[in-house]
Ligand binder design. Structure first.
Ligand code: ADP
Ligand code: TRP
Length: 321
């Protein structure tokens, strides 16, 4: 069996982009793959510096995975910081990683492009992410398109280690980009918590309605026919709708006399309805943080056994003890 692994950084309650780009495709694999899904709390340190907030976000992300259907009996489900083996692999591998590979990392380049002094976190970020992946002999990493390059760096690192120490020292992973590689946000840019343009996954009622109604659209008049494909409203709608509903919305937009306000209201109704069961589960799960911690701790115990087996193999191959 192949292994699928992915991580979510606990910096916020997950939004619809996280769900469609990573969580939903990852959970769809859990029937046929060995799966390991974790909360990348060390990765959050580049932006979250408030310990209570960080713990809260860990619980937000944990409750999200479970509410969306993750079964912790089937999937290794853990907090990154509970698996210290990650740091041995990440640090140990530094000796064989060219600095150029790290300088090409997107997080590092983004910070430079914005004129920020990138902290060491964004420099080591891809190295830590590679260790997360390689430690579990991962074959595929379900992620949104923005993370693709990081997985490619992990691939390069694994190939380099295998070249030096023999095939099979590390499994070479592949990014798995699903059918919603870059979900647009309210302003039409990539939905991202750092851009403040998100629809949080478990928002409902008036707030959700208001968010949907604030989506930026074209300025066609009510009467004019409107394009569906490539518009934010339609691209989000189609991810949650049945085929018949998708066709119906396309037809209505194309026919004219159907305004963007109508389309946004239809999107709101659809999200309200299709996410209601998960939203209820989320609220219940999130109200028991001690139970969430217990689930993650049990997962970490099992994850560490797998991690230690990989490390033992790698140590033997490279000749350290
Ligand atoms: P954000 O960009 O909001 O900070 P994260 O970096 O925490 O989100 O992303 C967690 C996962 O969700 C990653 O696999 C990422 O690729 C995916 N993801 C984030 N935003 C989107 C989006 N707009 N469309 C598709 N996938 C996304
Ligand atoms: N960097 C990823 C993000 O912010 C989170 C992450 C950390 C991750 N380690 C990972 C994703 C390993 C996939 C595999 O979205």
């Amino acid at each position: 069996v192949k292994t699928s692994l992915t991580g979510i950084t606990p910096t916020h309650i997950p939004h619809i982009g996280n769900y469609l780009g990573a969580i939903r495709p990852a959970l769809r694999l859990s029937e046929t793959y060995r799966t390991a899904y974790f909360i990348a709390d060390y990765h959050a340190l580049t932006t979250v510096r408030d310990p209570a907030a960080l713990r809260g976000h860990v619980h937000d992300v944990a409750a999200t995975w479970l509410a969306c259907g993750l079964d912790p009996e089937k999937t290794l489900f853990y907090r990154q910081s509970d698996v210290p083996e990650v740091f041995e692999l990440s640090g140990g591998r530094a000796g064989v990683t060219a600095t150029g590979q790290r300088e090409r990392g997107v997080a590092y380049k983004d910070a430079l492009a914005k004129g920020e002094a990138p902290n060491a976190g964004s420099f080591y970020y891809p190295a830590l992410m590679a260790a997360d992946i390689l430690l579990f002999d991962t074959d595929v990493v379900p992620i949104g398109a923005d993370q693709k390059q990081h997985v490619e760096l992990a691939r390069d690192m694994a190939s380099r280690v295998n070249h030096l120490f023999g095939e099979g020292t590390l499994v070479v992973p592949e990014p798995l980009i699903g059918e919603a590689p870059l979900v647009p946000g309210l302003d039409g840019q990539k939905m991202s918590k750092s851009k403040g343009n998100t629809i949080p996954l478990f928002e409902g009622g008036k707030k959700l309605r208001k968010l949907c109604m604030s989506i930026v659209t074209g300025s066609e008049t009510l009467e004019e026919p409107k394009p569906a494909h490539g518009t934010t409203v339609f691209e989000i709608y189609r991810q949650f709708a049945s085929e018949a509903e998708v066709r119906a919305l396309e037809d209505r937009l194309a026919a004219g006399n159907f305004g963007w306000g109508h389309a946004k209201a239809a999107l709101y109704e659809l999200l309200e309805r299709s996410l209601a069961p998960a939203r209820e589960r989320f609220v219940a799960l999130r109200s028991e943080p001690a139970e969430l911690d217990r689930v993650l701790a049990r997962g970490a115990e099992r994850a560490r056994q797998t991690a230690q087996a990989t490390l033992a193999r790698v140590r033997a191959r490279i000749g350290v003890r």
